[in-house]
Design a protein around this ligand. Structure first.
Ligand code: ASP
Length: 463
């Protein structure tokens, strides 16, 4: 059995859905379970409906509901020929539109949107796309079965960022999905959405469909997890910055997690985690170019000649410089600093320390003022915004003497604010001014990938 996940752009219109059906058809002997996202842009529209309703902008909310309704009706018209299923789907769309209107109305009366109603509203995108796709598969004579993910993706009730309860998800998905797979059905279900133990709709975080697919793939011991998106795979750098960015054919789980975390947009940071547990290979592939193999993410990586795999970056970083001569060599200095970060639930993306100072890179500045206030009770603290973390990832960085020298001599012209090498030694990260990202990434790419052609020992790794 394999798990296939199709993202928003891979289900954005009837042409994309037809391509999806062809792709699934070509994998029928491997018994796919298919996870789908909402059509591209719909989740954003749904969340706007919630916000408009809470701020009294009823007309705007209603316009969006009408737009979502007509987009899905058009999909039904274009994909479904038979009268009965067509009427059934249109009826369902109309019911969903009414439910959305009622929710919107209730929110506008209260004047605020709770996490619970926000998640319920957000769930309609996946619920609409999946039911239409399952029916379109039937039309093309594929033996398919629609399953609502809320029946097996059981989560806690931390709305918008709900955490799946793995034991229950395992038990339910084994009971519900495996018999269908055994009977030869293509299961079609939704990513992103789930349900609390009390049956209330939840969502597991923006972009979470990848995560849903990889959780179920891992719990059901899938042979492979395929993430279908709109690019040819993971690249050596952002192609909008580096013209000669190359596709990476193969990378390790560790490399992929570091990259996803440091901003490679093609993968959700959590996607790889469940696959690592069971060493299930993950493919990132392009639904607009299915003949291309994409990127394989798997255990280990044998090619010792290739130092770096990719350069990623994260913008909108703020540095906090914390200094304390008073706490010079005090063993509890770092503890004091990090307990403030913990109090305000702020993640430190990179840290560099000396005996008397520590610099911490953060992305989330929601509690910046409180952080500064609490830290200033025992140290001097200053901030500098407008920064970016650039991160070079590669399993072989740790085995390659001189690589750090190559990196920094390539960056002679750039002002580097802070340097950190991850404990795993497979990444070297540093902070630069946001305005220098383009130059930094280009120069590094030239230095590290100039000879990464598709010949010789590199052909296994890069295209
Ligand atoms: N539709 C959801 C989102 O846009 C989940 C996903 O596509 O992965 O965040």
């Amino acid at each position: 059995m394999i798990v296939m996940k199709f993202g928003g752009t891979s289900v954005e219109d009837s042409a994309a859905i037809r391509r999806l059906i062809e792709i699934v058809d070509s994998e029928l002997p491997r018994r796919p379970i298919v996870f789908v996202s909402a059509c591209a842009g719909v989740t954003n529209q749904l969340l706007k409906i919630a916000d408009f309703s809470a701020t009294g902008k009823k007309d705007q909310a209603n316009d969006l509901i009408a737009a979502i309704r007509s987009r899905h009706e058009k999909l039904v018209d274009e994909l479904i020929g038979a009268e009965l299923p067509k009427n059934y789907l249109k009826g369902k769309i109309s019911v969903y539109a009414h439910e959305l209107k009622n929710l919107s109305q209730a929110i506008s009366v209260l004047g605020e949107v709770t996490g619970r109603s926000r998640d319920t509203i957000a769930s309609y995108g996946e619920r609409l796309s999946s039911m239409i796709i399952a029916q379109a598969m039937e039309e093309s004579s594929m033996k398919s079965m629609f399953v609502d993910a809320r029946e097996f993706m059981i989560t806690d009730d931390n709305y918008s960022n709900a955490v799946p309860l793995f034991d229950i998800v395992e038990e339910k998905s084994k009971k519900l999905l495996l018999p269908l797979v055994r009977d030869g059905y293509v299961v079609v279900t939704q990513g992103f959405i789930g349900s609390s133990e009390n049956g209330i709709t939840t969502t597991i975080g923006r972009g979470g469909s990848d995560y849903s697919a990889s959780i179920v793939g891992s719990l059901l011991d899938a042979e492979e997890i395929q993430i279908w998106t709109d690019v040819d795979g993971v690249l050596t750098a952002d192609p909008s910055i580096v013209k000669g960015a190359r596709r990476i054919k193969k990378m390790s789980f560790n490399e992929a997690s570091e990259l996803a975390y440091f901003g490679a947009r093609v993968l959700h940071p959590k996607t790889i985690l469940p696959a690592i547990d069971k060493s299930i290979p993950v493919y990132v592939r392009n639904s607009r170019n299915p003949s291309y193999n994409g990127t394989l993410i798997t255990k280990g990586d044998g090619n010792k000649e290739c130092v770096a795999k990719s350069i990623a970056y994260k913008e909108r970083i703020t540095l906090l410089n914390i200094e304390s001569s008073r706490m010079f060599l005090a063993p509890n200095f770092l503890e004091a600093v990090f307990s403030v970060f913990s109090k305000y639930q702020t993640i430190a993306h990179a840290v560099a320390t000396s005996e008397v100072s520590v610099t911490i890179a953060i992305e989330d500045t929601t509690h910046l003022e409180e952080l500064k206030r609490d830290i200033s009770e025992f140290a001097e603290v200053s901030e500098s915004a407008g920064k970016a973390i650039v991160c070079i990832v590669g399993e072989n960085i740790r085995y390659s003497p001189g690589v750090v020298g190559r990196i920094f001599s390539a960056l002679k012209e750039v002002r580097v604010n802070m340097i950190s090498q991850g404990a795993s030694e497979i990444n070297v990260g540093f902070v630069v001014d946001e305005k220098d990202i383009g130059q930094t990434v280009q120069m590094l790419h030239e230095e590290l990938f100039a000879d990464a052609g598709s010949q010789g020992s590199f052909h296994e790794i890069f295209d």
